[in-house]
Design a protein around this ligand. Sequence first.
Ligand SMILES: NC(=O)c1ccc[n+]([C@@H]2O[C@H](COP(=O)([O-])OP(=O)(O)OC[C@H]3O[C@@H](n4cnc5c(N)ncnc54)[C@H](O)[C@@H]3O)[C@@H](O)[C@H]2O)c1
Ligand SMILES: *[C@@H]1O[C@H](CO)[C@@H](O)[C@H](O)[C@H]1NC(C)=O
Length: 446
Amino acid sequence: MRVVVEEEEEEYPSTPGKVKVERSAAMSRQLHRCFASTGTLFLWALFLVATTATYLSFRSFVDTSSSRYFPASWGGLHWERQIRASASPRRPPGSAEGAGLSVLVTGAAGFVGAHCSLALRKRGDGVVGIDNFNSYYDPSLKKARRALLGSHGVFVVEGDINDGRLLTKLFDVVPFTHVLHLAAQAGVRYAMENPASYVHSNIAGLVSLLEACKDADPQPAIVWASSSSVYGLNDRVPFSESHPTDQPASLYAATKKAGEEITHTYNHIYGLSVTGLRFFTVYGPWGRPDMAYFSFTRNILQGKPITVYRGRDHVDLARDFTYVDDIVRGCLASLDTAGRSTGTGGKKRGPAPYRIFNLGNTSPVTVPTLVAILERYLRVNAMKHVVEMPGNGDVPFTHANISLAREQLGYKPATSLEMGLKKFVRWYLSYYGYNRGTHEFNDHYL
Ligand SMILES: NC(=O)c1ccc[n+]([C@@H]2O[C@H](COP(=O)([O-])OP(=O)(O)OC[C@H]3O[C@@H](n4cnc5c(N)ncnc54)[C@H](O)[C@@H]3O)[C@@H](O)[C@H]2O)c1
Ligand SMILES: *[C@@H]1O[C@H](CO)[C@@H](O)[C@H](O)[C@H]1NC(C)=O
């Protein structure tokens, strides 16, 4: 169900893990070259210079606390003032919803993070974002989302969740009541190209964040994004929270599953309130360019062919596509019902909630149907290239059972794929400037 975009060179988000491998390979190459040579004075001198240079650069690598990996673009009185202003709730005193929350949103310049930050701000909560603006997909889209947030008074810190000093500083400046953790390396197929980026953000980054949360005083309640991909090879439908999730089909899924286990230990040992949300294929305006509905739209408009994957025995792939506004409502309801973390001074003082919910739409739609809806809104026929799905980690079918979220969060998805794609296409055309001078086209068809 993914599109092949051959003309595009993907850039890789850099990770400490990646850099290390390249450095040591370069060093052993150098050693090999020198010992294989004739051993003249000149070459030995060269060898000395090379080893010193390699040593120096290696030393700066092992010193990960240096500003080399986490540029200190933060700090200072002005910065702290901006953080405090952004974090303070603006609900009128005595309002029906009670006092406002103060939420740290990780991945705030991302698709879901931007929508959630905006929704929180609009209902009067305080929000501070953090995002590393990596180039997994076009960072200009992340910067545009940040600009949108900025215009609503939400400040987004440029930083990595692996930067423990930055996180500690943020909790020193603001007693956040909640953390909405959405920063992650997303995408299933990309895990085969850059596995280290998944470990960096979804494992190491998660632990770094949880460490800061358990040390914070007061401890915040944590709501974070897991994924429907944890159901992996499970073939009982609809997917229910009680189904086994021990057969992930991709490294992405495995890191999300690991996240569920890791957050459980922090809940158990330190009394952190944890809510894990298993999102089912989220789509909508300001979405992620690496996802099929987005790249289909781009290619259809550019007259390029799209690759539609099909499961074995000619069965169409289907996804439980969930509109982003529905996901946002589920996230906010999770924050509102999270319950308190119980620890202080890094010690648990009593049991804290640990919850997991599916957030889906409960009506799977096949990929050809998705394409047909896009064709209708775009008024262009797609050039479809149907091929059998390679075994790259994508599962053939997802379908959420959402009764638990309905019962405990009042979660009730309200947007059909037809309606949601209409809003997506309208956003896409205006964001990428297709409707300049062709307003009639838009008004008539959207
Ligand atoms: N969109 C979906 O269909 C979907 C489905 C299931 C789960 N999820 C999960 O929901 C969350 C949000 O997804 P999204 O679609 O908005 O993705 P996204 O890529 O648009 O947003 C993630 C953001 O996190 C940032 N980020 C990544 N690593 C970071 C790090 N180490 N430090 C700081 N920032 C970092 C990225 O720059 C990005 O802006 C993710 O955890 C994702 O795995 C999404
Ligand atoms: C959905 O999950 C609930 C438990 O949360 C269960 O009682 C119900 O039978 C499930 N529905 C289906 C259709 O499997």
